[in-house]
Write a new protein. Structure first.
Length: 81
């Protein structure tokens, strides 16, 4: 099973997580910054809070064995790696 980490705001991330949850063989983990008091809970696992910079994100991805990353920056553009 592939593990997908989605970085993004509550609205777009929730929609994207719901779509990704339909994919067979993909576990969805959404990371929210924690700026919204009552965020829309996306499908799959949810992580709230920052990573402490790029190094923290890399460490998290290694520890959690993340295979895929989608960065949703809120501008309508998504970056997949």
């Amino acid at each position: 099973m592939k593990r997908l980490l989605i970085l993004g705001g509550t609205g777009d991330a929730a929609k994207l997580a719901a779509q990704a949850a339909l994919l067979q063989g993909v576990e969805v983990i959404t990371s929210l910054a924690g700026r919204t008091r009552r965020p829309v809970t996306p499908s799959g696992r949810v992580r709230i809070g920052g990573f402490g910079g790029d190094a923290g994100l890399v460490d998290y991805m290694r520890e959690q064995r993340i295979d895929l990353l989608i960065e949703n920056n809120g501008s309508g553009k998504r970056k997949c790696t």
